[in-house]
Design a protein around this ligand. Structure first.
Ligand SMILES: O=C(O)CCC(=O)C(=O)O
Ligand SMILES: [Fe+2]
Length: 300
C-alpha cells in the first residue's frame, strides 16, 4: 500500500482523495521521513495519510516543526484519543497528557522497550518531540517487531505463536510509585493506578489494523514467558531480544531541534542512547489509547 498512490475503492464507494504525503523511506520496509507538512495545520487527508503511513512504516520522522505541548496534544487528538502522559509518572509542571523525560530528573530510556506494556491496553501510538538536545549524542533507535518476527525460522514462529508473557512495571516504576503521595499514580483509562499488577500479553501480537504478526516482548517490561521454566523463559527471551535488535531491523534517528518522531507502539520497540554525559536533554511524549493485544491463537 502506498499512501501517495491512488487507493482502489469498492464499486460504488466514495472515492477518497489520495493524501499527499511526500515520504522518504529510511529502510526497505521500516521507517520514513515525511517532508513538507506542518503538524499543527494538517488537512483531513494528511491526517489519514499519517495514520496509514504509521501502520505501514511504523516509525515516522517529521523535521522542522514548531510545536509546543498544546500543539503536540492537538496533533495527537487529530490521530486518536490522547491518554494521560503516563500511568505512574507525575507530570509535574507540564500538561497531564505529557510525559516529560528530562535528563536532569533521571529521565532516561536506555533500555529496549515498548511503551507502557505493563498495562492491559498499552498505547497504540507515541509522539515524541525534542525540547532540549545535547550538542551531540542522545540518538534514539527503533526496532521493527514485525520484520523481526517474519525473519525467524518457521518452526520457531510456530512455537512462539501460542505463548504469552508477563509484563511487570515494578522494576522500572515500582519505587517511584511507592514514593508518590499515598502511593497514588495517575488515572489511566479511568482506573487509578495505586499498584502495578503484572499483566499477560501474547508473545506474538497480531496488529489490529494490518493483521501482521510481530514480537511483543521487550526487556524493559517483560518479566518472563508464562507456563515455561525460568531457564526456558530466559533462553527464549534472549534469542528474541538479540534477534529483534539486529541492525537489519533498526532505524536510528539523530535528533535536530524541531524534530518530531511518532511510532506505532504495537509493532516496534525503542532505545534512547545515554551517551551525552552531563549535557541536558529533554523530550516530551504523548501517547494514544490502544487496544488489548491479541495473539495468533486467540479467538477474535
Ligand atoms: O528519549 C527518547 O528518545 C525516547 C524516550 C522514550 O522511551 C519514549 O519517549 O517513549
Ligand atoms: Fe519509550
Amino acid at each position: 500500500m502506498s499512501i501517495t498512490s491512488e487507493r482502489t475503492s469498492a464499486p460504488g464507494a466514495a472515492r477518497r482523495t489520495p493524501a499527499e504525503l511526500p515520504l522518504t523511506k529510511l529502510g526497505p520496509s521500516f521507517g520514513a521521513e515525511i517532508r513538507g507538512i506542518d503538524l499543527s495545520r494538517l488537512t483531513d487527508d494528511q491526517v489519514t495519510g499519517v495514520r496509514e503511513a504509521l501502520v505501514e512504516h511504523k516509525v515516522l520522522f517529521v523535521r522542522g516543526q514548531d510545536l509546543d505541548d498544546t500543539a503536540q496534544i492537538e496533533f495527537g487528538r487529530r490521530l486518536g484519543e490522547v491518554t494521560v502522559g503516563h500511568p505512574i509518572h507525575d507530570s509535574g509542571d507540564v500538561a497531564p497528557e505529557v510525559y516529560a523525560l528530562d535528563s536532569q530528573e533521571n529521565g532516561f530510556s536506555d533500555v529496549w522497550h515498548t511503551d507502557v506494556t505493563f498495562v492491559r491496553r498499552p498505547p497504540a501510538v507515541s509522539v515524541l518531540r525534542a525540547v532540549v538536545l545535547p550538542p551531540n549524542g542522545g540518538d534514539t533507535t527503533w526496532a521493527d517487531s514485525q520484520l523481526a518476527y517474519e525473519s525467524l525460522s518457521p518452526g520457531l514462529r510456530t512455537c512462539l505463536d501460542p505463548l504469552t508473557a508477563v509484563h511487570d512495571g515494578n522494576r522500572a516504576f515500582g519505587y517511584y510509585l511507592a514514593q508518590r503521595r499515598q502511593g497514588q499514580g495517575n488515572l489511566w483509562e479511568g482506573e487509578a493506578f495505586t499498584e502495578l499488577t503484572p499483566v499477560e500479553h501474547p508473545v506474538v501480537r497480531v496488529h489490529p489494523e494490518s493483521g501482521r504478526k510481530g514480537l511483543f516482548v521487550n526487556p524493559g517490561f517483560t518479566s518472563h514467558i508464562a507456563g515455561v521454566s525460568e531457564y526456558e523463559s530466559r533462553g527464549i527471551l534472549d534469542i528474541l531480544y538479540a534477534h529483534l535488535t539486529k541492525p537489519e531491523h533498526l532505524v536510528r534517528h539523530r535528533w535536530q531541534p524541531g524534530d518530531v518522531a511518532l511510532w506505532d507502539n504495537r509493532s516496534t520497540a525503542h532505545y534512547a542512547n545515554r551517551d551525552y554525559g552531563d549535557q541536558h536533554r529533554v523530550m516530551h511524549r504523548i501517547t494514544l489509547r490502544g487496544d488489548t493485544p491479541v495473539g495468533p491463537t486467540d479467538p477474535r
